[in-house]
Design a binder for this molecule. Structure first.
Ligand code: DQA
Length: 145
């Protein structure tokens, strides 16, 4: 089982950035701990502040991995190109957010990528990532042979 966790712009600053929204724990520290909880899963962790680099990564892993956990950050709200990349590949993707985007500014209520994803998990803090991994594992276990 191979899962790719892809993070978009400014997520490298979680822990420092707006802690009242995103918390005080660094995302890289959280994810390093998360991967240790799933010894049977082969994880790829990727973060970029650049749209094209995120698309390149989706294309790189998207035909080979069993699932993608994607927090596209602000690109979520306007990147048709990332949505198209998700539609182009075969791996199912889960859209993830640390904050509850539906409870924030109206421009964050829009997701260009949600229709290219099998699920959206938002508002559970960093635990949104674990829930997304569990969701992919459950989907894999219940998939028809
Ligand atoms: O950068 C981010 C982080 C975010 O994706 C989240 O994880 O809550 C929500 C986005 O609206 C925002 O631009």
């Amino acid at each position: 089982m191979k899962i790719s966790i892809i993070n978009g712009p400014n997520l490298n600053l979680v822990g420092v950035r707006e802690p009242e929204i995103y918390g005080h724990r660094s995302l890289s520290e959280y994810l390093d701990n998360l991967v240790g909880l799933y010894p049977g899963v082969d994880f790829d962790l990727f973060q970029s502040n650049h749209e094209g680099a995120i698309i390149d990564e989706i294309q790189r892993v998207g035909f080979d991995h069993d699932g993608i956990v994607l927090n596209a950050g602000a690109y979520t709200h306007y990147s048709i190109a990332i949505a198209d990349a998700l539609r182009a590949v075969t791996a199912p993707a889960i859209e993830v957010h640390i904050s509850d985007t539906q409870a924030r500014e109206p421009y964050r209520h829009v997701s260009m990528i949600k229709e290219a994803c099998v699920a959206v998990i938002a508002g559970y803090g960093l635990d949104s990532y674990r829930r997304a991994v569990d969701c992919l594992l459950e989907m894999k276990n219940t998939a028809k042979p």
